[in-house]
Design a binder for this molecule. Structure first.
Ligand code: SF4
Length: 429
C-alpha cells in the first residue's frame, strides 16, 4: 500500500501500482553493523521537559515516531492556547483564518518556540498575526508566475534543463511566508496531487530529453511514505536523460524523526539525490536536527540549505553567521539566502533589498567562503533567480582595474585589455 499523509486522509486504499514497487533491498552486513552501532534518535533535555508538560501521555517511542508527530500537529486555536500564551493579535489572526494557509506545527518544532514571547523568531514564522491579512502593492498570490510556467498540473518548467515537480500539497509545518501558500495545506485545493497527475508529469519529463535535473518539492516530498517515494524516485531514475533528482524539504528541521533507516534505504537506492534543506534560524540547530543531517550525509546525500531573509527574525549578521557556521558543522552548505517573495500579506516579513546586500558585505571575506550563501531575488513574474552582491568594482586607473576588498581597501589588478570599470570612470568625468 502506498502511504502518505494528507490534510484529510491519513491512509489510502490499496493501489494496483503497489505491484510496481520493487521489494525492499535487504541491508548489507556493513549497513546492519552500522545501524546497530547508531544510537536511537536523541531527545534533548528541553524536549523531555516539553513532552512532560504538554504530552505526558506520549512515550519516547511515540515522540520519536514521525507519524505520531504528524498526527499530533498543532492546528487549532485551542491547541495553540494550550502551548503558548498568545497575544491578542495572534489570537484574532488564527480565529480569522479561513481557506488560506492553515496553521500546522509539529510538537517537536513547537518545543523550540518561545511560550510567552510573540516576538520569538520561530514563533513569528509559524503563528499568524494580523499583518498577514494586509496586502500591499506588488504582492500577489503567485508572485513568481509559477502557474504561467506550469506545463502539466504540478510540473513547472522555467529553466531550460530542469523542472520543478510539486508532488504533494502537504507540509508537516506551515511557514507563514511560504511562496506556495496558494497550493499547500489546502485539502482539495488548487492542485489535486494524485497518481494520475504524477503519471502526466512523468510522461512530460519522458518526452523532453533536455530535462536532466528534477527538483521535487510541494509541499514537502519527505512527508510521503517510503513506498510512494520509492516508486516515484524509481520512475524518475529510469528516465535515461534525468541525471539526478533534488528534493526540497524542511522535514529535517521541523520533523527530524522522519529521517528513518527505511527512508535512508530508499534515498540510497536512487542516488544521486541532492537535498535542499530549509533552515531559518540558529534556534533550529538542535541535537535532533544534527542527527537527521548526519544520517542523510552518511547516506551519501549532499546537503545544502536555503534560507529566506526575514525582517526581525534573521536579518542580522551575527544571527546568520551562527546559523551558517552551525550548518557547516552539520555538513550542510548554506546555498541560497532568498529575498522574501512578495506573496500576499508578507510586507511584515520583507526587508529592503539593501539589507541583504549589507548582510552579504558583513559575511563575505569575514568568514569561511563555504559559509556564505548566494543572495538572490527570485524575480516576480517568472524572471528566475537573480544573484546580488555588493559591487566591488571601483573603476580603472590606466591599465589597472580598481577593486574594493572586504575590508574596504582598494587594490589594483593589471587588466590592460579589460573594459570592466571604464563606464564608472566615464560617469565620474
Ligand atoms: S515547508 Fe516549504 S512548502 Fe511547506 S509551508 Fe514551509 S516554505 Fe512552504
Amino acid at each position: 500500500m502506498f502511504e502518505t499523509l494528507t490534510e484529510t486522509e491519513p491512509e489510502r486504499p490499496p493501489s494496483p501500482v503497489a505491484a510496481l514497487v520493487a521489494a525492499p533491498r535487504l541491508p548489507t552486513p556493513l549497513e546492519e553493523r552500522s545501524a546497530r552501532r547508531r544510537p536511537r534518535f536523541p531527545i534533548a533535555p528541553e524536549r523531555r521537559a516539553f513532552m512532560k508538560r504538554h504530552f505526558p501521555e506520549a512515550s519516547e517511542e511515540e515522540w520519536n515516531d514521525w507519524r505520531w508527530q504528524a498526527r499530533h500537529r498543532i492546528r487549532t486555536l485551542a491547541q495553540l492556547e494550550r502551548l503558548f500564551v498568545l497575544s491578542d493579535d495572534e489570537r484574532a489572526a488564527v480565529a480569522r483564518l479561513s481557506g488560506g494557509l492553515p496553521v500546522g506545527i509539529t510538537p517537536y518544532y513547537a518545543s523550540l518556540m518561545g511560550r510567552e514571547d510573540p516576538q520569538e523568531p520561530l514563533r513569528r514564522t509559524h503563528i499568524p498575526v494580523g499583518d498577514e491579512f494586509v496586502t500591499t502593492p506588488g504582492e500577489a498570490a503567485d508572485p513568481l508566475g509559477e502557474d504561467h510556467d506550469t506545463v502539466v498540473p504540478g510540473l513547472v518548467h522555467r529553466y531550460p534543463d530542469r523542472v520543478l515537480f510539486l508532488v504533494t500539497g502537504f507540509c508537516s509545518t506551515y511557514c507563514r511566508y511560504c511562496t506556495r501558500s496558494r497550493v499547500v495545506g489546502h485539502a482539495g485545493g488548487e492542485y489535486h496531487f494524485s497518481l494520475a497527475q504524477w503519471e502526466k508529469a512523468l510522461a512530460w519529463i519522458e518526452d523532453h530529453p533536455q530535462i536532466r535535473d528534477v527538483l521535487l518539492s510541494g509541499g514537502d516530498p519527505l512527508t510521503l511514505g517510503e513506498d510512494r517515494l520509492d516508486w516515484l524516485l524509481g520512475r524518475l531514475r529510469r528516465i535515461r536523460h534525468v541525471e539526478f533528482v533534488r528534493i526540497g524539504t524542511k522535514v529535517p528541521v521541523v520533523l527530524p524523526q522522519r529521517i528513518t533507516r527505511e527512508l535512508l534505504r530508499v534515498l540510497r537506492r536512487h542516488r544521486p539525490i541532492w537535498m535542499s534543506l530549509h533552515f531559518t534560524h540558529p534556534a533550529e540547530l538542535t541535537p535532533e536536527t544534527a542527527e537527521a543531517c548526519s544520517r542523510l550525509a552518511d547516506a551519501g546525500v549532499p546537503l545544502g540549505s536555503q534560507t529566506v531573509l526575514l525582517r526581525g527574525i534573521n536579518d542580522d549578521a551575527a544571527v546568520l553567521k551562527r546559523l551558517f557556521h552551525g550548518l557547516l558543522r552539520l555538513r550542510v552548505r548554506p546555498y541560497y539566502l532568498y529575498q522574501c517573495d512578495p506573496i500576499r500579506g508578507s510586507a511584515h516579513f520583507r526587508t529592503p533589498v539593501d539589507k541583504g546586500l549589507e548582510l552579504m558585505a558583513a559575511l563575505r571575506g569575514h568568514t569561511t567562503g563555504y559559509a556564505v550563501p548566494t543572495f538572490v531575488v527570485d524575480a516576480p513574474g517568472g524572471g528566475g533567480k537573480i544573484p546580488l552582491l555588493p559591487d566591488p568594482v571601483v573603476g580603472r586607473d590606466g591599465a589597472d582595474l580598481l577593486l574594493r576588498n572586504f575590508e574596504g581597501g582598494v587594490f589594483r589588478y593589471p587588466d590592460p585589455e579589460g573594459q570592466l570599470g571604464r563606464q564608472l570612470d566615464g560617469e565620474r568625468r
